[in-house]
Design a protein around this ligand. Sequence first.
Ligand SMILES: [Zn+2]
Length: 120
Amino acid sequence: MSEPKFTPGPWRINQAETLTRGLDITDGTYGDRIASVPLPKYTSDARQRADAALIAAAPALYRALKTVTAELKQMAQGEDCDHSVGICWCATFGAIENAESVLRDAVTSPHVARLNDQAT
Ligand SMILES: [Zn+2]
């Protein structure tokens, strides 16, 4: 699996520097802005604050999913279903496959590949 090229965590949520009302997601080490989440002018900003929290948690979520997936894969290694006696690993194998796909997409999406091409 490709190594992630995203800014390592932790990411932090701060009041936006360039938006009148909004939040910045920043690198926890250098304070560089990673993303800005504008808050709505006339409605509740709860959803945008929740979005900012989810974005800021992305590096930790990525690492946690990668760890859990590796542990689960090791646990299921060599196991096979025997549906005749009620042994079934289908859901586990499916969950591992889905998690690996999500992790792969997070670091190799076409958008990321296009940006990498532009940088070289
Ligand atoms: Zn099964």
